[in-house]
Write a new protein. Structure first.
Length: 372
Protein backbone atom coordinates (compact mmCIF):
# COMPACT_ATOMS: atom_id res chain seq x y z
CA UNK A 1 0.00 0.00 0.00
CA UNK A 2 1.45 3.36 -1.10
CA UNK A 3 0.04 6.86 -0.78
CA UNK A 4 0.59 9.73 -3.23
CA UNK A 5 -0.32 13.40 -3.11
CA UNK A 6 -2.15 14.14 -6.37
CA UNK A 7 -3.91 16.74 -8.50
CA UNK A 8 -4.39 20.38 -7.68
CA UNK A 9 -2.20 20.41 -4.59
CA UNK A 10 0.81 19.27 -6.62
CA UNK A 11 0.00 21.78 -9.36
CA UNK A 12 -0.39 24.70 -6.97
CA UNK A 13 2.77 23.82 -5.09
CA UNK A 14 4.75 23.90 -8.34
CA UNK A 15 3.18 27.27 -9.15
CA UNK A 16 4.16 28.62 -5.75
CA UNK A 17 0.53 29.09 -4.75
CA UNK A 18 -1.01 28.33 -1.34
CA UNK A 19 -2.23 24.75 -1.06
CA UNK A 20 -5.61 24.63 0.69
CA UNK A 21 -6.82 21.08 0.05
CA UNK A 22 -4.67 18.00 -0.19
CA UNK A 23 -5.97 14.96 -2.04
CA UNK A 24 -4.29 11.58 -1.96
CA UNK A 25 -4.45 8.42 -4.04
CA UNK A 26 -3.83 5.07 -2.39
CA UNK A 27 -2.35 2.27 -4.50
CA UNK A 28 -2.33 -1.40 -3.52
CA UNK A 29 -5.28 -1.37 -1.12
CA UNK A 30 -8.97 -2.19 -1.08
CA UNK A 31 -11.83 -0.80 1.03
CA UNK A 32 -11.41 -3.47 3.67
CA UNK A 33 -7.75 -2.52 4.15
CA UNK A 34 -8.63 1.16 4.45
CA UNK A 35 -11.21 0.40 7.11
CA UNK A 36 -8.73 -1.76 9.04
CA UNK A 37 -6.35 1.20 9.15
CA UNK A 38 -9.04 3.46 10.63
CA UNK A 39 -10.05 5.44 7.54
CA UNK A 40 -13.67 6.64 7.41
CA UNK A 41 -15.60 6.00 4.17
CA UNK A 42 -17.33 8.91 2.42
CA UNK A 43 -19.10 9.19 -0.93
CA UNK A 44 -21.37 6.65 -2.54
CA UNK A 45 -20.09 6.67 -6.12
CA UNK A 46 -16.51 5.52 -5.59
CA UNK A 47 -14.26 4.59 -2.66
CA UNK A 48 -13.06 7.75 -0.92
CA UNK A 49 -11.95 7.78 2.70
CA UNK A 50 -11.02 10.35 5.33
CA UNK A 51 -7.71 9.96 7.16
CA UNK A 52 -8.41 9.16 10.83
CA UNK A 53 -6.23 12.04 12.06
CA UNK A 54 -5.83 14.69 9.33
CA UNK A 55 -9.25 14.08 7.70
CA UNK A 56 -7.62 14.57 4.28
CA UNK A 57 -9.36 12.72 1.45
CA UNK A 58 -7.75 9.48 0.32
CA UNK A 59 -9.19 7.81 -2.79
CA UNK A 60 -8.33 4.34 -3.96
CA UNK A 61 -6.60 4.37 -7.34
CA UNK A 62 -9.25 3.77 -9.97
CA UNK A 63 -10.03 3.63 -13.64
CA UNK A 64 -13.21 4.76 -15.39
CA UNK A 65 -15.27 3.39 -18.24
CA UNK A 66 -17.87 5.33 -20.24
CA UNK A 67 -21.28 3.64 -19.98
CA UNK A 68 -23.71 6.33 -21.13
CA UNK A 69 -24.08 9.93 -22.33
CA UNK A 70 -23.25 12.97 -20.25
CA UNK A 71 -21.05 13.37 -17.23
CA UNK A 72 -22.85 10.77 -15.09
CA UNK A 73 -22.48 7.90 -17.55
CA UNK A 74 -19.42 6.24 -15.97
CA UNK A 75 -18.54 3.09 -14.09
CA UNK A 76 -15.49 2.94 -11.83
CA UNK A 77 -13.03 0.17 -11.10
CA UNK A 78 -10.94 0.40 -7.93
CA UNK A 79 -8.73 -2.52 -6.95
CA UNK A 80 -5.23 -3.18 -5.54
CA UNK A 81 -3.93 -3.88 -9.06
CA UNK A 82 -4.81 -0.38 -10.38
CA UNK A 83 -1.55 1.56 -10.66
CA UNK A 84 -0.85 5.22 -10.03
CA UNK A 85 -0.22 5.67 -13.76
CA UNK A 86 -3.66 4.16 -14.48
CA UNK A 87 -5.25 6.63 -12.11
CA UNK A 88 -3.40 9.67 -13.47
CA UNK A 89 -4.30 8.77 -17.05
CA UNK A 90 -8.03 9.23 -16.37
CA UNK A 91 -7.56 12.86 -15.25
CA UNK A 92 -8.54 15.85 -17.35
CA UNK A 93 -5.44 18.01 -17.88
CA UNK A 94 -1.74 17.31 -17.72
CA UNK A 95 -1.29 20.00 -15.05
CA UNK A 96 -3.73 18.03 -12.86
CA UNK A 97 -2.21 14.63 -13.62
CA UNK A 98 0.92 14.84 -11.45
CA UNK A 99 1.67 13.20 -8.12
CA UNK A 100 4.24 13.30 -5.32
CA UNK A 101 5.47 10.16 -3.67
CA UNK A 102 5.96 9.75 0.05
CA UNK A 103 9.66 10.44 -0.55
CA UNK A 104 8.84 13.78 -2.23
CA UNK A 105 9.58 12.62 -5.76
CA UNK A 106 7.49 14.09 -8.59
CA UNK A 107 5.63 11.61 -10.79
CA UNK A 108 4.71 13.35 -14.04
CA UNK A 109 3.98 10.86 -16.84
CA UNK A 110 2.15 13.34 -19.07
CA UNK A 111 4.39 16.40 -18.99
CA UNK A 112 2.29 18.50 -16.63
CA UNK A 113 5.27 20.39 -15.19
CA UNK A 114 6.38 21.46 -18.68
CA UNK A 115 2.86 22.61 -19.50
CA UNK A 116 2.78 24.58 -16.26
CA UNK A 117 6.01 26.25 -17.23
CA UNK A 118 4.65 27.04 -20.71
CA UNK A 119 1.23 28.15 -19.45
CA UNK A 120 -0.72 25.58 -21.48
CA UNK A 121 -3.90 23.64 -20.73
CA UNK A 122 -3.62 20.27 -22.49
CA UNK A 123 -5.81 17.17 -22.14
CA UNK A 124 -4.23 13.96 -20.91
CA UNK A 125 -5.89 11.47 -23.25
CA UNK A 126 -8.81 10.92 -25.58
CA UNK A 127 -10.85 9.95 -22.50
CA UNK A 128 -11.21 13.71 -21.92
CA UNK A 129 -14.04 13.65 -24.45
CA UNK A 130 -16.13 11.33 -22.28
CA UNK A 131 -16.98 14.03 -19.72
CA UNK A 132 -18.50 17.34 -20.96
CA UNK A 133 -17.93 19.02 -17.59
CA UNK A 134 -14.27 19.10 -18.58
CA UNK A 135 -15.06 21.74 -21.21
CA UNK A 136 -16.26 24.02 -18.44
CA UNK A 137 -13.29 23.16 -16.25
CA UNK A 138 -10.80 24.05 -18.98
CA UNK A 139 -12.50 27.42 -19.39
CA UNK A 140 -12.40 27.97 -15.64
CA UNK A 141 -8.72 27.09 -15.40
CA UNK A 142 -8.04 29.52 -18.24
CA UNK A 143 -9.77 32.19 -16.14
CA UNK A 144 -7.79 31.24 -13.05
CA UNK A 145 -4.30 31.00 -14.49
CA UNK A 146 -4.54 32.95 -17.74
CA UNK A 147 -3.15 29.90 -19.57
CA UNK A 148 -3.66 29.20 -23.27
CA UNK A 149 -5.62 26.15 -24.39
CA UNK A 150 -3.53 23.75 -26.48
CA UNK A 151 -4.75 23.69 -30.10
CA UNK A 152 -5.41 19.95 -29.98
CA UNK A 153 -7.45 20.36 -26.77
CA UNK A 154 -9.49 23.19 -28.27
CA UNK A 155 -10.12 21.06 -31.34
CA UNK A 156 -11.26 18.16 -29.15
CA UNK A 157 -13.65 20.44 -27.23
CA UNK A 158 -15.10 21.71 -30.52
CA UNK A 159 -15.73 18.11 -31.62
CA UNK A 160 -17.40 17.37 -28.28
CA UNK A 161 -19.73 20.33 -28.69
CA UNK A 162 -20.62 19.32 -32.24
CA UNK A 163 -21.33 15.78 -31.01
CA UNK A 164 -23.86 17.16 -28.53
CA UNK A 165 -21.92 16.35 -25.36
CA UNK A 166 -22.36 19.90 -24.02
CA UNK A 167 -26.13 19.46 -24.31
CA UNK A 168 -25.97 16.85 -21.54
CA UNK A 169 -24.75 19.38 -18.97
CA UNK A 170 -27.35 19.97 -16.27
CA UNK A 171 -28.00 23.49 -14.92
CA UNK A 172 -26.44 22.78 -11.53
CA UNK A 173 -23.09 21.82 -13.03
CA UNK A 174 -23.13 24.74 -15.46
CA UNK A 175 -23.80 27.18 -12.61
CA UNK A 176 -21.18 25.53 -10.41
CA UNK A 177 -18.44 26.04 -12.98
CA UNK A 178 -19.75 29.41 -14.26
CA UNK A 179 -19.92 30.87 -10.76
CA UNK A 180 -16.47 29.58 -9.88
CA UNK A 181 -15.09 30.99 -13.13
CA UNK A 182 -16.64 34.38 -12.39
CA UNK A 183 -14.72 34.43 -9.11
CA UNK A 184 -11.36 33.78 -10.80
CA UNK A 185 -8.75 36.43 -11.66
CA UNK A 186 -9.72 36.76 -15.36
CA UNK A 187 -13.40 35.84 -15.71
CA UNK A 188 -13.67 37.01 -19.32
CA UNK A 189 -11.12 34.35 -20.33
CA UNK A 190 -13.64 31.70 -19.37
CA UNK A 191 -16.23 33.18 -21.70
CA UNK A 192 -13.74 33.54 -24.54
CA UNK A 193 -12.71 29.87 -24.29
CA UNK A 194 -16.30 28.67 -24.14
CA UNK A 195 -17.21 30.80 -27.13
CA UNK A 196 -14.23 29.63 -29.18
CA UNK A 197 -15.14 25.97 -28.79
CA UNK A 198 -18.86 26.62 -29.32
CA UNK A 199 -19.97 25.63 -25.82
CA UNK A 200 -21.18 29.12 -24.84
CA UNK A 201 -23.93 28.94 -27.45
CA UNK A 202 -25.12 25.67 -25.87
CA UNK A 203 -24.97 26.51 -22.16
CA UNK A 204 -25.61 30.28 -22.29
CA UNK A 205 -26.93 31.29 -25.72
CA UNK A 206 -27.92 34.73 -24.40
CA UNK A 207 -24.30 35.52 -23.56
CA UNK A 208 -23.05 34.04 -26.82
CA UNK A 209 -25.24 36.37 -28.86
CA UNK A 210 -24.23 39.42 -26.84
CA UNK A 211 -20.56 38.45 -26.95
CA UNK A 212 -20.64 38.68 -30.75
CA UNK A 213 -21.51 42.38 -30.72
CA UNK A 214 -18.76 44.96 -31.41
CA UNK A 215 -16.92 46.28 -28.34
CA UNK A 216 -19.03 44.25 -25.89
CA UNK A 217 -16.32 41.66 -25.11
CA UNK A 218 -13.79 44.41 -24.36
CA UNK A 219 -16.17 46.34 -22.09
CA UNK A 220 -17.39 43.17 -20.40
CA UNK A 221 -13.82 42.03 -19.76
CA UNK A 222 -12.93 45.42 -18.27
CA UNK A 223 -15.93 45.30 -15.92
CA UNK A 224 -15.20 41.81 -14.72
CA UNK A 225 -11.46 42.37 -14.38
CA UNK A 226 -12.12 45.45 -12.24
CA UNK A 227 -14.46 43.45 -10.01
CA UNK A 228 -11.84 40.72 -9.69
CA UNK A 229 -9.11 43.19 -8.72
CA UNK A 230 -11.42 44.72 -6.10
CA UNK A 231 -12.50 41.33 -4.80
CA UNK A 232 -16.21 41.97 -5.26
CA UNK A 233 -18.64 39.15 -4.62
CA UNK A 234 -20.49 36.76 -6.90
CA UNK A 235 -23.83 38.65 -7.12
CA UNK A 236 -21.99 41.76 -8.31
CA UNK A 237 -19.96 39.80 -10.85
CA UNK A 238 -23.05 38.04 -12.20
CA UNK A 239 -24.80 41.40 -12.55
CA UNK A 240 -21.79 42.76 -14.45
CA UNK A 241 -21.84 39.67 -16.66
CA UNK A 242 -25.39 40.31 -17.86
CA UNK A 243 -25.51 44.13 -17.89
CA UNK A 244 -25.54 44.22 -21.69
CA UNK A 245 -28.53 41.85 -21.82
CA UNK A 246 -32.18 42.80 -21.87
CA UNK A 247 -34.16 42.11 -18.72
CA UNK A 248 -35.81 39.19 -20.50
CA UNK A 249 -32.54 37.67 -21.67
CA UNK A 250 -30.95 38.07 -18.25
CA UNK A 251 -33.92 36.39 -16.59
CA UNK A 252 -33.80 33.59 -19.17
CA UNK A 253 -30.12 32.93 -18.51
CA UNK A 254 -30.57 33.04 -14.74
CA UNK A 255 -33.41 30.53 -14.98
CA UNK A 256 -31.41 28.34 -17.36
CA UNK A 257 -28.54 27.92 -14.90
CA UNK A 258 -30.60 28.14 -11.68
CA UNK A 259 -28.72 31.21 -10.45
CA UNK A 260 -29.40 32.12 -6.80
CA UNK A 261 -32.04 34.72 -6.02
CA UNK A 262 -29.61 37.43 -4.92
CA UNK A 263 -27.73 37.11 -8.22
CA UNK A 264 -30.97 37.36 -10.20
CA UNK A 265 -32.26 40.35 -8.22
CA UNK A 266 -29.03 42.31 -8.43
CA UNK A 267 -28.73 41.58 -12.16
CA UNK A 268 -32.25 42.90 -12.72
CA UNK A 269 -31.46 46.08 -10.79
CA UNK A 270 -28.16 46.58 -12.62
CA UNK A 271 -29.88 46.46 -16.01
CA UNK A 272 -32.98 48.40 -14.96
CA UNK A 273 -31.08 51.17 -13.18
CA UNK A 274 -27.99 51.35 -15.37
CA UNK A 275 -28.54 54.93 -16.46
CA UNK A 276 -29.02 56.09 -12.87
CA UNK A 277 -25.98 54.14 -11.71
CA UNK A 278 -23.93 55.84 -14.42
CA UNK A 279 -24.11 59.02 -12.34
CA UNK A 280 -26.82 60.87 -14.26
CA UNK A 281 -28.37 63.62 -12.09
CA UNK A 282 -31.60 62.45 -10.46
CA UNK A 283 -34.39 64.53 -9.04
CA UNK A 284 -36.02 63.61 -5.73
CA UNK A 285 -38.77 61.51 -7.36
CA UNK A 286 -36.28 59.50 -9.46
CA UNK A 287 -34.00 58.98 -6.46
CA UNK A 288 -36.82 57.77 -4.23
CA UNK A 289 -38.09 55.53 -7.01
CA UNK A 290 -34.68 53.89 -7.27
CA UNK A 291 -34.51 53.39 -3.50
CA UNK A 292 -37.94 51.75 -3.59
CA UNK A 293 -37.27 49.52 -6.61
CA UNK A 294 -33.99 48.37 -5.08
CA UNK A 295 -35.80 47.64 -1.80
CA UNK A 296 -33.10 49.61 0.04
CA UNK A 297 -35.35 50.48 2.96
CA UNK A 298 -35.47 46.80 3.88
CA UNK A 299 -32.15 45.76 2.28
CA UNK A 300 -29.75 48.69 2.89
CA UNK A 301 -26.76 46.40 2.32
CA UNK A 302 -27.63 46.46 -1.38
CA UNK A 303 -26.47 50.06 -1.48
CA UNK A 304 -22.84 48.93 -1.42
CA UNK A 305 -23.51 46.34 -4.12
CA UNK A 306 -25.07 48.95 -6.41
CA UNK A 307 -22.11 51.24 -5.81
CA UNK A 308 -19.73 48.43 -6.74
CA UNK A 309 -21.66 47.81 -9.94
CA UNK A 310 -21.57 51.52 -10.80
CA UNK A 311 -17.82 51.60 -10.20
CA UNK A 312 -17.11 48.51 -12.32
CA UNK A 313 -19.32 49.65 -15.19
CA UNK A 314 -16.93 52.59 -15.63
CA UNK A 315 -13.60 51.14 -14.44
CA UNK A 316 -11.59 54.03 -15.87
CA UNK A 317 -13.61 56.41 -13.68
CA UNK A 318 -14.00 54.70 -10.28
CA UNK A 319 -15.04 58.03 -8.74
CA UNK A 320 -18.39 57.60 -10.50
CA UNK A 321 -19.24 54.61 -8.37
CA UNK A 322 -18.14 56.36 -5.21
CA UNK A 323 -20.28 59.38 -6.07
CA UNK A 324 -23.34 57.23 -6.80
CA UNK A 325 -22.90 55.29 -3.57
CA UNK A 326 -22.49 58.50 -1.56
CA UNK A 327 -25.49 60.22 -3.14
CA UNK A 328 -27.77 57.23 -2.66
CA UNK A 329 -26.47 56.77 0.86
CA UNK A 330 -27.35 60.35 1.79
CA UNK A 331 -30.79 60.05 0.21
CA UNK A 332 -31.47 56.75 1.96
CA UNK A 333 -30.40 58.12 5.33
CA UNK A 334 -32.60 61.20 4.91
CA UNK A 335 -35.61 59.14 3.82
CA UNK A 336 -35.19 56.64 6.67
CA UNK A 337 -35.03 59.48 9.17
CA UNK A 338 -38.66 60.35 8.41
CA UNK A 339 -40.81 59.67 11.48
CA UNK A 340 -43.35 57.26 10.02
CA UNK A 341 -45.07 56.80 13.38
CA UNK A 342 -45.79 60.49 13.76
CA UNK A 343 -47.06 60.71 10.20
CA UNK A 344 -49.34 57.74 10.80
CA UNK A 345 -50.94 59.55 13.72
CA UNK A 346 -51.34 62.75 11.71
CA UNK A 347 -52.62 61.08 8.50
CA UNK A 348 -54.36 57.84 9.54
CA UNK A 349 -56.31 57.70 6.26
CA UNK A 350 -53.24 58.01 4.00
CA UNK A 351 -50.23 56.67 5.83
CA UNK A 352 -48.28 55.40 2.76
CA UNK A 353 -48.88 58.63 0.86
CA UNK A 354 -47.87 60.80 3.80
CA UNK A 355 -44.69 58.83 4.41
CA UNK A 356 -43.75 58.95 0.75
CA UNK A 357 -44.33 62.70 0.50
CA UNK A 358 -42.18 63.26 3.56
CA UNK A 359 -39.42 61.11 2.14
CA UNK A 360 -39.55 63.05 -1.12
CA UNK A 361 -39.24 66.32 0.79
CA UNK A 362 -36.31 64.99 2.81
CA UNK A 363 -34.46 63.92 -0.32
CA UNK A 364 -35.29 67.17 -2.13
CA UNK A 365 -33.81 69.12 0.78
CA UNK A 366 -30.45 67.43 0.11
CA UNK A 367 -30.29 68.61 -3.48
CA UNK A 368 -28.87 72.05 -4.33
CA UNK A 369 -31.41 74.59 -5.53
CA UNK A 370 -31.39 75.45 -9.21
CA UNK A 371 -29.88 78.84 -10.01
CA UNK A 372 -31.41 81.68 -12.04
Amino acid sequence: MKTYLVGGSVRDELLGLPVHDRDYVVVGADPAEMLRQGFKPVGADFPVFLHPETHDEHALARTERKTGPGYKGFSFHAAPDVTLEDDLERRDLTINAMARGEDGSLIDPHGGAADLEAGVLRHVSAAFAEDPVRILRVARFAARFGFAVAPETMALMERMVRAGEADALVPERVWQELSRGLMEASPARMLAVLRECGALARVAPELDETFSQPEVPEHLAARLEHAAVRGYGLPVRFALLVMDETLEASASLAARVNAPGECRDLARLAIQEREALAGSPLDAESTLGLLERADLFRRPERLDRLGEIAECDHPAEPSRGLAVRAALGRALAAARAVDAGALAREHPDDIPGAVRRARLAAIAALQPPTGH
